[in-house]
Design a protein around this ligand. Structure first.
Ligand code: GDP
Ligand code: MN
Length: 417
């Protein structure tokens, strides 16, 4: 290894540890609630293919007609039709079906598209030429927070939930912790194959795939990159049967392509709109809409609503120093959620000014009477000026967070009845 390539590795390893860019304000604030970007199997497999890992020939489709075109383009069957949803266990849920004829593939597509798998609607299927499976392995990489480096896991008990294997037969999973500076070295990959009991004939192929997978894990800023199952086919060849890739969302600014693969589900549309406005919005399951300034205060607000016997419809942090327009946009986003039955605005002004918040609320109220009651607790900078502006406006003001939470929960319950 040359000195130059050492330096390149060193700098890329340092980059991986770097904090999110200061300038990326919205992303930085989102980090508090960070959730990795989950990619679909067909997207993850594209990443594997680029790394030189063998995958079955496949095509994505969102109608039965496209499935028909796909099987004809893929060539001789049988084929598998696979639901593309962000959960595992699709096989058991009926989301993966084998087809011997194009007609059968189309019929499977009709039954799988629109299917509900663990609460998620199937919008797309992936059609692949079926593998001839002799054995299923597991190969995965994730971050080991205790050891502060990635862990590569390999097991000959593949195909099923690795979490289950980890509990019932932990010694059946071989693990290795490569140096982040050097990556997974050939001897380490071979050691993993020996430890896991990979058949001799496949050791080279599996070891090479592990190294390629490691490089992909690094270059995609993954928090998880997993092949389960890794097929050993009847002819002895090795191929990725399934793929799962979660990308660290703090790194998305330097993974523009992967970021562009993000799908906006209806519930996420509002999160997307909020992101454009520069504040954090997370959709929750309850009916009390929440707006606050500062992530800590908003989390405290969620707790206060919970303690008052209610459930929050969202997390929304307008951030510090929010101006009238930002407050207006926040209120519009919260009110756009049909589940919301009351809104609790909790502001503790530091840099945020109470009068600016009041103006934002008034500009929404001026346009139309909100369809649900609003409750506000305004404290801190310019709170008195804000309260004066809001005098006579159709909303309820309370002095403390707990009182306001109780009122918002009561009003939500009332409007439900
Ligand atoms: P998951 O259940 O969501 O993890 O989906 P997988 O892609 O891992 O598939 C689950 C199972 O379906 C695999 O373990 C295989 O047993 C089976 N399967 C998937 N692809 C094929 C294939 O091409 N041929 C055959 N015969 N079985 C497959
Ligand atoms: Mn799987």
């Amino acid at each position: 290894m040359t000195v130059y390539s050492w330096l390149v590795r060193l700098s890329s390893a340092r980059r991986r540890c770097a904090a999110p860019r200061r300038s990326d304000r919205a992303a930085g604030r989102r980090a508090i609630l960070a959730e990795p970007l989950k990619l679909h199997e067909f997207q993850a497999k594209q990443v594997l293919a680029r790394a030189g890992i063998p995958i079955p020939l496949g095509r994505v489709a969102s109608t039965a007609g496209e499935v028909d075109a796909a099987v004809r383009a893929l060539g001789s069957g049988p084929w598998v039709v696979k639901a593309q949803v962000h959960v595992g266990g699709r096989g058991k849920a009926g989301g993966i079906k084998l087809a011997k004829t194009p007609e059968e593939a189309q019929a499977h597509a009709e039954s799988i598209l629109g299917m509900d798998i663990k609460g998620l609607r199937v919008e797309k299927v992936y059609v692949e030429r079926a593998a001839t499976i002799a054995k299923e392995l597991y190969l995965g990489i994730t971050l080991d927070r205790d050891r502060r480096r990635p862990v590569v896991m390999l097991s000959t008990v593949g195909g099923m939930d690795i979490e289950e294997v980890a509990v019932t037969a932990p010694d059946r999973i071989a693990r290795g912790w490569p140096s982040p500076l050097l990556g997974l070295l050939p001897f380490e990959a071979r050691a993993l194959c020996f430890d896991a009991g990979v058949p001799e004939r496949q050791r080279d192929a599996v070891g090479e795939i592990a190294q390629k997978l490691y490089r992909s894990y690094e270059s995609t800023d993954a928090t998880l990159l997993e092949i389960n199952p890794l097929f050993i086919q009847e002819d002895g060849s090795v191929m990725a049967g399934d793929a799962k890739l979660d990308v660290d969302d703090n790194a998305l600014y330097r993974q523009p392509e992967l970021a562009s693969w993000r799908e906006v589900a209806p519930d996420d549309a509002m999160e997307e709109k909020a992101r454009e406005q520069g504040f954090s919005y997370v959709h929750l399951e309850g009916d009390v809409g929440i707006i606050g300034n500062g992530a800590g205060l908003v989390m405290g607000t969620l707790d206060a609503v919970r303690n008052a016997g209610g459930r929050a419809a969202n997390f929304l942090d307008v951030g510090g120093g929010a101006k009238e327009e930002v407050v207006r946009a926040a209120l519009e986003i919260v009110l756009a959620n049909p589940r919301v039955r009351s809104v609790f605005i909790n502001i503790f002004g530091g840099i945020t000014r109470g009068d600016e918040v009041a103006k934002g609320i008034l500009s929404v109220l001026d346009q139309a009477k909100p369809r649900v009651p609003l409750v506000i607790r305004l404290a801190g900078t310019e709170a008195e000026a804000g309260r004066q502006l809001l005098e006579g406006a159709p909303l309820v003001s309370r002095a403390t967070m707990d009182e306001a939470a109780a009122e918002a929960v009561r009003l939500a319950r009332e409007s439900r009845a």
